[in-house]
Design a protein around this ligand. Structure first.
Ligand code: MG
Length: 282
């Protein structure tokens, strides 16, 4: 009897276990489904600039060699765009009059109310050297801390063009495709070589302009190589189009273009520039 009873009981226990398992299994998905809306943040609406922010991976911080106390002299075949004396090579983008940023002690400083400035000359392919410094007492966080930029070709007023970002990226977290030496919202720098506020940073850029067909389509896209304080940060990066704060980059046909410097609207103190020269390339 006992063996039969045992077998009988043994046979019933699994079925009870199965029922409990089934109930539990049925409960799990419905609980998960109920939590999903709360666990997943709502997607930003179309047109939200956050959609094109990339936060990872974070480029490694590399300490560059110390900054030079004095600017590196330009080579003999360079066009000097700022030699410490005046802004004769530059104009205000708004209105096109003489550039009204502030020249003092061999450097010039962004004058935010004047807006962006750009070169009088237009360029196609070139090698550019430009030095910039964030004030030692800079305040703000994220994109609102020493933001400026070099538009490697200006394709219109405002921020139209291809922006090589300038920002205080020394211990200042932001989206990596918007930190210093990024091609704004397209390509994060390979490393973070930003010197601390109050020290001069150097960009050396090789720019190959995009070429367009007669119908306005892209024959060959823009390509850029950038060194930041001597460290390679953009290695022959092929641009997807003009840099855009909102939405995907796109190309719009253009020819030789001015180089433009950004007056950014954030409330942090304005940054300074010195020693800007360019060598035109075939
Ligand atoms: Mg900028």
């Amino acid at each position: 009897m006992t063996p039969v009873g045992s077998r009988h009981q043994n046979a019933r226990m699994p079925s009870r276990f199965l029922i409990l398992t089934f109930v539990a299994a049925a409960a799990v998905p419905s609980a998960a489904a109920a939590q999903t809306p709360a666990a997943t943040p709502p997607a930003p609406p179309a047109g939200d600039p956050k959609l094109t922010e990339v936060w990872e991976p974070v480029p490694k911080v590399v300490t560059p060699p110390p900054a030079s106390a004095t600017p590196t002299p330009a080579p003999s075949d360079a066009i000097v765009l700022f030699d410490g004396k005046n802004l004769d090579e530059w104009v205000n983008v708004k209105g096109g009059g003489p550039a009204t940023w502030v020249v003092q002690d061999g450097v010039f400083t962004v004058h935010k109310p004047s807006g962006n400035i750009e070169t009088k000359r237009k360029f196609t392919n070139y090698q550019l050297h430009i030095e910039w410094k964030v004030p030692a007492d800079i305040t703000g966080t994220n994109q609102a801390r020493g933001n400026s930029g070099v538009f490697l070709a200006s394709t219109g007023t405002g921020d139209n063009g291809y922006e090589l970002q300038i920002l205080d990226s020394f211990e200042n977290k932001t989206y990596v495709n918007g930190q210093a030496a990024s091609i704004y919202k397209q390509s994060a720098p390979l490393v973070n070589a930003t010197r601390k506020p109050g020290e001069w940073n150097v960009y050396d850029v090789v720019w190959t302009a995009p070429v367009f067909n007669a119908d306005g389509t892209v024959k060959s896209p823009a390509v850029v190589t950038v060194f930041h304080n001597g460290l390679l940060v953009q290695n022959a990066y092929t641009l997807k189009g003009g840099t855009a704060y909102i939405g995907a980059p796109t190309y719009k046909a253009h020819g030789a273009s001015a180089i433009k410097l950004q007056s950014h609207g954030d409330p942090s103190a304005p940054i300074s520039f010195r020693n800007i020269w360019i060598r035109e390339l075939p």
